[in-house]
Design a protein around this ligand. Sequence first.
Ligand code: ARG
Length: 366
Amino acid sequence: MFLEDAVISHEVINSPVRSYTEWDPLEEVVVGIVDDATFPPWHPALEPVLPTGQHETFRREQGRPFPTELVRAASRELEEFVRVLEGEGVTVRRPEPIPQTRPYSTGAWTSTGMYAAMPRDALLVVGEDIIECPMAWRSRYYESLAYRPLLKEYFHGGARWSAGPKPELLDELYDLEWSEPAAGEPTRLVVTEFEPTFDAADFLRFGRDIVGQKSNVTNDFGIAWLARHLGEDYRVRIVEFDDDHPMHIDASIMPLAPGKLLVNPERVPKIPQMFKAWDMLPAPTPVMPDSHPLYMTSKWINMNVLSIDETRVVVEAQDEPMIKALRDWGFSPIPCNFRNFNSFGGSFHCATLDVRRTGTLESYLD
Ligand code: ARG
């Protein structure tokens, strides 16, 4: 027998997903994993964002695992990070490992994966909505599958669960002629406007304002899709920094509390007008030695900290200048070893997805 005219509830009640800012008190967080971390197949989209010194390595190692010792060391640091967060009263969730070396295909192309280390890149939480992002790298096409058990659970618990339009990632999406622009030339981005793409890490949540950037993975089409998806409660606002190789906004600016913005002194010479009532805290120069491998980022990954609330912030244990600066600015830095994890392309903000923070939807920017 069929139920006649059964109305399925559309209400979002008591959602386990609810986060409006980067600094409200953290209740539940997803922390990534480095299991099976694999160099992605070489592709033109990687060229503008990998450190120049790493291109050779990526071309050579494609499809092979990252060095075992480094994976082990990063894994131990992730465990330490989890203990730190739990010690501060935060519920920590982890993705399910998915095979990263197994080839997959859309019919038009074939790839292997990379990792599930950076939930910040693949998933965007805005209010009670958790969004799977249409990522521009073929090697990240199925990355959100590692989070599917969590996504299903959150949906059953009452969250909204969305996904950007599944991209095709055909050659038309990429500027296959991409090359380093000459000095003084404008930044050249490798993604075209063929279809909407964006990574969650190109956006930061400031209540009603979602501040984002165009990048080598986020195009105007993707930004427009997100703005329309979020609707009238939110304003998506785009900023541009002095960054010739933009990908992910969270090593350029990081809000730590209302009115307190950590900024990259090399990339943010002038603070955007919308932050005019905010204090700017220039990030101290990174102390990471040159000998430490950073496969996918600059040393400015030191400013990729995670706020537990408006005072507590997790910082890399060996980054003394950052610990001191944050203390001087009135924060309570919580040190955690993370250098080996940093080698994989991110730090505490990248490695996490704040699923739930206490707080309500407010305005913080001009
Ligand atoms: N592109 C940034 C830099 O090299 C790194 C940002 C990493 N962020 C992330 N969410 N994976 O400085």
